[in-house]
Design a protein around this ligand. Structure first.
Ligand code: NCD
Length: 318
């Protein structure tokens, strides 16, 4: 078993073997989560603080449930009501919390890099729950687990990530993870929603859905992230749906057994047809949510083991 990380800040820092270790453990947590009694003692005695500086439904709920099932004492900071509103900096808030001896800090922040910065200042394990347009590692890991369980493997698959790529930390983390595991990734979307240095990623780029989806095993749809757009990136939502919204017709270009994914929150009738999203024969959107809890349990369990190890090896202070 290999997992050497102190924090989970991005997929960028993970070795393929560490990804496999985490997914294997998450598979065990999927089984635990399907039982009547869902408790483990992996985080007993540890304190987990969730700090979400951006709105979140599923990610925050998922981290909270994950921590509680592993026996941690979980606290959700209401960042809206916190001292941040009174002008305290992110680092001051973090240092204040640090003085209360948390063991796991789960952070979502609108600025890319903010979570990395925070990790340098505190002495507990930090998990990035999404930082700006940068990374969202647990989302990519839960997507990977969903794909691995649906397809029986996580290599040599053709995967299309479609829509608003340029504003998406989900796309970025997935791109890195799927590349590390030796899959072929294609990006599909309008040129206005493609990141500028796209050539660096070694992926194929398509502007046309029919071409981009041809023979793929996995179709991953993304939300139009309007909160990150300053100006008009698309002519209209109707036009966007017509060209890029996933429906049965566009999906017919993919392999017959291709799966449909979406990280949520989903805008039905904008990037995806509502009926297709609910079609349990094609869509694995609900499985993604289920895998999210298991992956977060695995991530926190592994980080807590490393944290305990580092503390027990620490020289005794006199
Ligand atoms: C994503 C996010 O916040 O980056 N949502 C999520 O965590 N499930 C994607 C999005 O907001 O569209």
């Amino acid at each position: 078993m290999v997992f050497r990380q102190k924090h989970l800040l991005g997929i960028e820092h993970l070795h393929p073997q560490e990804i496999t270790t985490l997914l294997d453990l998450a598979d065990q947590y999927v089984d635990l989560n399907r039982r009547d009694v869902k408790h483990s003692e992996a985080l007993r005695g540890l304190t987990q603080i969730n700090m979400f500086f951006e709105n979140s439904t599923r990610t925050q709920a998922s981290f909270e449930i994950a921590g509680k099932r592993l026996g941690a004492d979980v606290m959700n900071m209401a960042m809206q009501a916190s001292s941040i509103k009174k002008g305290e900096t992110l680092i001051d808030t973090a240092m204040t919390l640090n003085a209360m001896h948390p063991d796991l800090l789960v952070v979502r922040h609108p600025h890319s890099g903010a979570v990395d910065l925070l990790a340098q200042k505190v002495n507990c394990a930090v998990l990035n729950a999404g930082d700006g347009k940068h990374e969202h590692p647990t989302q990519a890991l839960l997507d990977a687990l969903t794909i691995r369980r649906a397809k029986g493997r996580l290599h040599r698959l053709n995967i299309a990530i479609c829509g608003d790529i340029s504003h998406s930390r989900v796309a970025r983390s997935n791109l890195i993870l799927l590349g590390k595991m030796e899959n072929r990734v294609r990006l599909v979307g309008p040129a206005t929603l493609m990141p500028s240095q796209i050539d660096q990623f070694g992926v194929e780029v398509y502007e046309d859905m029919a071409e981009g989806l041809k023979d793929v095993d996995v179709v991953m749809m993304l939300r139009l992230q309007r909160e990150r757009m300053d100006g008009g990136f698309i002519p209209s939502e109707r036009e966007y749906y017509h060209r890029y919204g996933l429906d049965a017709d566009k999906l017919s270009h993919a392999k017959a057994d291709a799966i449909v994914m979406h990280p949520g929150p989903m805008n039905r009738g904008v990037e995806i047809d509502g009926e297709l999203a609910d079609d349990i024969n094609r869509s694995v959107i609900q499985e993604q949510v289920e895998m999210g809890v298991a992956v977060r349990m695995a991530a926190m369990d592994l980080l807590a083991r490393n944290l305990r190890d580092s503390r027990s090896n620490a020289p005794v202070e006199v």
